[in-house]
Write a protein that binds this ligand. Structure first.
Ligand SMILES: C[S@@+](CC[C@H](N)C(=O)[O-])C[C@H]1O[C@@H](n2cnc3c(N)ncnc32)[C@H](O)[C@@H]1O
Length: 239
């Protein structure tokens, strides 16, 4: 919940700074999961296409969409498929905003996926990536007092996530070079979850949630805090 809210605020800031107020944007959300951001953007008036490969997630997204007013339902399209196949489903340059949040960790060879996402963007379009921060993997085990885990995490970008899956993180410098290489150079980056990464999933929001979000939001845009966030939110712009 904290993650979704922080990413939403950061994304809205980027959209507001890049596109005219009230413009209906064409948004592609690759690996949309149950569609939290996709649905939010459709509610905000944008034309949203969500791509997802897991049938259970597609079902959850469809159910959430079904409960929306007709005008919103008409603005959102759900495509079952692999995010690496965007070129099969859509024409190059046909989106103003492309999201890929929490997906790269599951993709062993991210380069073709990233290149495909950049190709989907119209000139001046925004690419929004949320990735596990590969520069700060020792922090989570370290803050839990798992010293062996912390030491092992310094020299790798592989990690085991909270679901017990062996996945991969991305370093800011590596992704910065990749974004430049695919024609969507890095414009802005944020940290996501600096102070709250050790809270277990599903933790009940505290009474002072607004203050928590304000502190996280501030840290996510402030050095040196943002560099050790659990997640990085990178925003590239298509040249
Ligand atoms: C951690 S969830 C994130 C969901 C959503 N983007 C969010 O930020 O809440 C990752 C999602 O990416 C999907 N995914 C992973 N690899 C994918 C791929 N190659 N193509 C399409 N979806 C993929 C998974 O099925 C899962 O629903």
């Amino acid at each position: 919940m904290v993650r979704q809210e922080l990413v939403a605020r950061q994304l809205d800031e980027q959209i507001a700074g890049r596109f005219a107020v009230g413009r209906r944007l064409r948004v592609l959300d690759v690996g949309m999961g149950q569609g939290t951001q996709a649905l939010r953007l459709a509610r905000a008036g944008h034309q949203v296409t969500g791509v997802e490969r897991e049938a259970t997630m597609i079902a959850a997204a469809r159910e959430a969409l079904a409960g929306q007013p007709e005008g919103i339902r008409e603005r959102m399209r759900i495509v079952e498929g692999d995010g690496r196949d965007t070129g099969v489903h859509f024409l190059p340059g046909s989106f103003d905003v492309v999201l890929c949040h929490g997906v790269l960790m599951y993709v062993e060879e991210p380069d073709p996926l990233l290149a495909g996402l950049a190709r989907m963007l119209a000139p001046g379009g925004l690419l929004s990536l949320v990735v596990r921060n590969g520069d700060a993997l020792a922090l989570r085990p370290g803050l839990h007092g798992d010293w062996a885990g912390a030491l092992a995490a310094f020299d790798t970008t592989n990690y085991r996530n909270r679901l017990g899956l062996d996945v991969r993180a991305d370093r800011l410098s590596t992704l910065t070079a990749k974004l430049a290489g695919i024609g969507a150079p890095l414009h802005t980056w944020y940290g996501v979850r600096v102070f709250t990464d050790t809270a277990p999933d599903g933790t009940t929001p505290p009474d002072d949630l607004d203050a928590l979000l304000a502190a996280e939001e501030r840290a996510g845009r402030t050095d040196p805090y943002r560099a050790v966030a659990a997640l990085l939110h990178l925003c590239g712009v298509r040249g």
